[in-house]
Design a protein around this ligand. Structure first.
Ligand code: 6GU
Length: 316
């Protein structure tokens, strides 16, 4: 899409939002994207009155088709103080059939709203064997597999009104925000028996929608990825293009299966009984239900961490 069309579309969406949202909420400084199973963030970050705008009503906004991914923009005051924040409850993914450019439209709209910092959350598969289901990961970097292969949100005429033709991504994940996130996590009273950990990791973006094969998991791991997922990276790139500060948090919702042995086999096919084979089939198989369930269980901890982070950024 050309620069003029994009600018016109974001302007139309902005005009619509300004007609629906109370004036005091018009200029949120922080945008938060809630990942799979993490919609509960809305309750803790915006406990008071809020203004909900369905994506479907916003001109040019891409629409989600996945069960468990609602679609609303929520405007409100963080913890009832006077600082407005906007939440995206539910996001759209490339695998739903949208172009890689259109799934990042919400980021550009946030830029036009005045957002300076985005906090992105997502559910991801763990590749690093040190990670456990339920752990959290602060993204330190990403591997844009789809992007390296040509599926890139900035492909096409440059959106000059937003940023430069060749943006650097070497500093994509804000160092200060990452440091603060670790400090805040340590400051939380983890309580006895709470074993959830916070890592720093590299996220591999794949197009989806199928989960990875065992061989693909081993490839991603050997490339240096700690986690794998189907979101976030396009949004991060477009946010950095227009100079929005970024922090991203992943919840490890399942362990991608790497298998054992040189070919990753979990079982010796030729010398196993039918019973052994049946047991092996279900092992480590990823499912959307599992992803959503892990998200629900972790919501309270993620909420606490994100709330602390928002408070910190706002200086509230
Ligand atoms: Cl295992 N893979 C991908 N691509 N996305 C995920 C996931 C796995 N788990 C949660 N999201």
């Amino acid at each position: 899409m050309d620069n003029a069309t994009l600018s016109k579309q974001t302007a139309e969406a902005l005009t619509y939002l300004q007609s629906k949202v109370p004036a005091e909420l018009h200029e949120p400084v922080i945008g938060i994207i809630c990942g799979s199973g993490l919609n509960g963030l809305a309750e803790s970050v915006l406990p008071g009155p809020r203004c909900e705008v369905p994506y479907a009503n916003v001109p040019h906004f891409p629409l989600s088709t996945v069960p468990g991914h609602a679609g609303n923009l929520l405007f409100g005051f963080f913890e009832l103080n006077k600082k407005p924040v906007v939440l995206m409850v539910g996001r759209v993914h490339y695998y739903e059939g949208h172009s890689i450019q259109s799934i990042t439209f919400p980021i550009r709209l946030m830029k036009r709203l005045g957002v300076r910092t985005i906090i992105v959350t997502n559910a991801a598969g763990g590749l690093n064997s040190d990670y456990s289901v339920g752990d959290l990961v602060v993204l330190q970097d990403h591997i844009n597999l789809a992007g390296l292969a040509g599926i890139h949100p900035l492909r096409g005429p440059n959106a000059d009104d937003f940023g430069t033709r060749f943006p650097a991504l070497s500093d994509a994940y804000d160092l200060n925000l990452r440091r603060r996130t670790h400090q805040l996590w340590k400051s939380l009273d983890r309580g006895i028996g709470n074993t959830r950990r916070l890592h720093e990791g590299v996220y591999a973006f794949v197009a989806g929608p199928s989960y990875e094969t065992r061989a693909e998991c081993r490839v991603l791991r050997s490339l240096g990825a700690d986690i794998v997922g189907m979101s976030t990276v396009p949004e991060i790139i477009v946010a950095r293009h227009c100079d929005i500060r970024v922090i991203a948090l992943s919840l490890v919702t399942n362990n991608a299966v790497l298998g054992i042995g040189p070919r990753g086999d979990d079982i010796d096919i030729q010398h196993s009984s039918a019973h052994d084979l049946n047991k092996a089939i279900g092992k480590g198989k990823a499912s959307h239900e599992e992803v959503l369930a892990a998200g629900r269980k972790a919501t309270a901890d993620v909420q606490q961490l994100v709330s602390l982070l928002v408070r910190d950024i706002l200086g509230a």
